[in-house]
Design a protein around this ligand. Structure first.
Ligand code: MN
Length: 138
């Protein structure tokens, strides 16, 4: 496989680059379904360019990720880095610190689903260091 972010084809609007307070590198989060009182669910997309990742964070009601393209990592604190790629579906339990993002060589496109938003959406913490990002990778 050619390790080039240009191999990824955007499915959803790319939107604006996410802020450095919550992302390292170039990540583009976009809301696709706003939460309302009927569904209490948020759905959105994030494009991560190679090397980009979220800061450590947790979701009061948990999160489901569906990977639509590329290769990346998902790590729940205290557990090894999990490699995620197109077709991966990942659950992260409520109130568990974790991060997710692209691999160093290939970008990642992921849908996120946050249920039960009446409990809250996301609590952001510190950045994932380069050492944390690079450790445990094959
Ligand atoms: Mn998350």
């Amino acid at each position: 496989m050619k390790n080039d972010k240009s191999t990824l084809t955007e499915i959803f609007p790319k939107g604006e680059k996410g802020p450095s307070e919550t992302f390292t590198g170039s990540a583009y989060p976009t809301s696709l379904v706003a939460s309302d009182s009927i569904y209490n669910t948020l759905v959105g997309n994030v494009y991560f360019e190679p090397g980009a990742r979220s800061h450590w964070h947790s979701h009061p009601a948990g999160q489901i990720l569906i990977i639509t393209d590329g290769v990346g990592y998902h790590q729940i604190e205290g557990q090894p880095v999990e490699i995620i790629r197109k077709g991966s579906v990942v659950k992260c339990p409520p109130n568990v610190r974790h991060w997710h993002g692209a691999s160093a060589d290939l970008g990642l496109q992921q849908l996120y689903i946050i249920p039960n938003t009446e409990k809250g959406i996301v609590n952001w913490n510190e950045a994932v260091t380069d050492e944390q990002y690079s450790i445990n990778k094959k």
